[in-house]
Design a protein around this ligand. Sequence first.
Ligand SMILES: *Cc1c(COP(=O)(O)O)cnc(C)c1O
Length: 394
Amino acid sequence: MKYSVDENGFYGDFGGAFIPELLHHNCDELKAAFDKYFYTEEFQSEFRGLLKDYVGRPSPLYYAPKLSEKFGTNILLKREDLNHTGAHKVNNTIGQALLAKRMGKTKILAETGAGQHGVATATICALLGLECTVFMGEIDIARQAPNVARMKMLGATVVAATSGSKTLKDATNEAIRYWINNPETYYLIGSVVGPHPYPAIVAEFQAIISEEIRKQLLEKYGKETPDYVIACVGGGSNAAGAFYHFLDDEEVKLIAVEAAGLGVDSGETAATMQKGSEGIIHGSKTMLMQDEDGQIVEPYSISAGLDYPGVGPLHAHLFKTGRGTFLNATDDEALQAAFLLTKEEGIIPALESSHALAVLEKIDFKPQDIVVLNLSGRGDKDLETYMKFSEKYS
Ligand SMILES: *Cc1c(COP(=O)(O)O)cnc(C)c1O
């Protein structure tokens, strides 16, 4: 249990709840509700019932024959792209919405970058009859129009965040400000970030991914552990879910992939571990990109889901202890990997997931290795970007 959260919400040196006094009550209330309900049979049966029949879980663990041949090893794709709403995000939104309902909350607040978390939240709010408000950066609203339309059709109110760089970080700042003024709302955070207990509970809801991987590997290979688990990291929720049940199996190599943007040293990057240092962002002590004065450095990635200037405290801990290996992939490498997967396996990945795919050629695998790659989402939302580059890469 070396890598789990302690009772104060810390993973080693990272985590905690650095928030205004006013919000401590909300976080304590959430922690109490999680402890009270999550482990009950009643909650588990509703949660798992929805994951099965509404989301379509378990998601397949697909042996990719052509990728395996190309990289000279055994590559298995965990198909989170096949989930309802198109990514892993829905695992968490269902879990938190079921908690919110039991807490008597009727209004849900969320932030979103590319819109995937906003769509997943609006979806579950429609299903459970909850009121939904989503903060989204003005620039992201413009570049992710189809997801804005989906949220609106699902009945959510989309509020433009107009401060700062008008992207995810600013949407999060404005969502937190709204929460301070409306503490009766339930703030449904979309990744393993924010004040304790959010990173821990989001990881628990996403842990279904590695729970399934273990069962699926046992069925396929008679052994529950792979040699590698690879996942992309924005805030870190799909990686946390894919790593969770392997954290204490030290022989399983955990590979987290950040977005390098135009290059780690280009000044246009989201490679937090390479360029970041310890600090506090959105209520949590973690690794983040900041200048000497502690001002957040604007992140950049072609993928709107990965351009977050921080990373969840669990990942900062995995980085510092060396339990996790943090690699990165540039825009260019991610696009190449996206076209490769599409051409070879007939699967169009999300741009975020393409970053994970891009490191396959950077690792020296053995022929007998079992490599699980978490394909966090599908590429429908990214088609416009892919089309812009289709001549260059296909
Ligand atoms: C949001 C998103 C991510 C990044 O978020 P994490 O919390 O790091 O998982 C990755 N992939 C897809 C498809 C996403 O929608």
